[in-house]
Design a protein around this ligand. Sequence first.
Ligand code: GAR
Length: 195
Amino acid sequence: MNNSKCHLMLMASGTGSNVQALIDAVNHGQIQAEIVGVISDQPQAAVIQKAQAAGIESFISQPKDYISRKDWEQSILDFCQARSSDLILLAGFMRILSADFLQHYPQQVINIHPSLLPAFPGRQGIKDAYDYGVKITGVTIHYVDDGIDTGPIIAQESLKIDPNWDLAQLESHIHQIEHQLYPATIEKLIQEKLI
Ligand code: GAR
């Protein structure tokens, strides 16, 4: 292990297409970092297989398996700290991390969200924007605080919605942006040594 490399910990609850994009970017040298683990709260999530296929250690931690939320977060903290994580990247991780947890990683926990925040936070930002009928939406990368998709914005990319698109087409276009913007933003942060 090269200790000079930034250690990335990834957290995800679902499909893991953004995790895959980050893995690919590291493997292709587009991000100068090492991925030290993938944490999920969903044992059946497809992201677990993606981590395994890439030879990355995964850790499943569900709140229901712990006496308290604090104990659950401690399990995540232990996993992150044992691997000297420098940045924790949420990629479709659908739970809130408390201020207590976040104080261990100030300005080091980052999230991607599929809308132009502060518009359409929550679990279904793409659908909410589509249903509202906005003409422009996009993707946001932001530092995480203890709110729902809140915290200082690092990067945004907008997308004009073609009125002929159905929801699936919009989702596809948003994910294409995500898979470029997240790796590029993380690499920029690492190079600027803003972490
Ligand atoms: C992504 O679109 C991500 O932006 C979103 O979950 C999806 C996960 O997809 N995150 C949020 O909505 C956070 N509120 P993936 O598992 O294929 O990366």
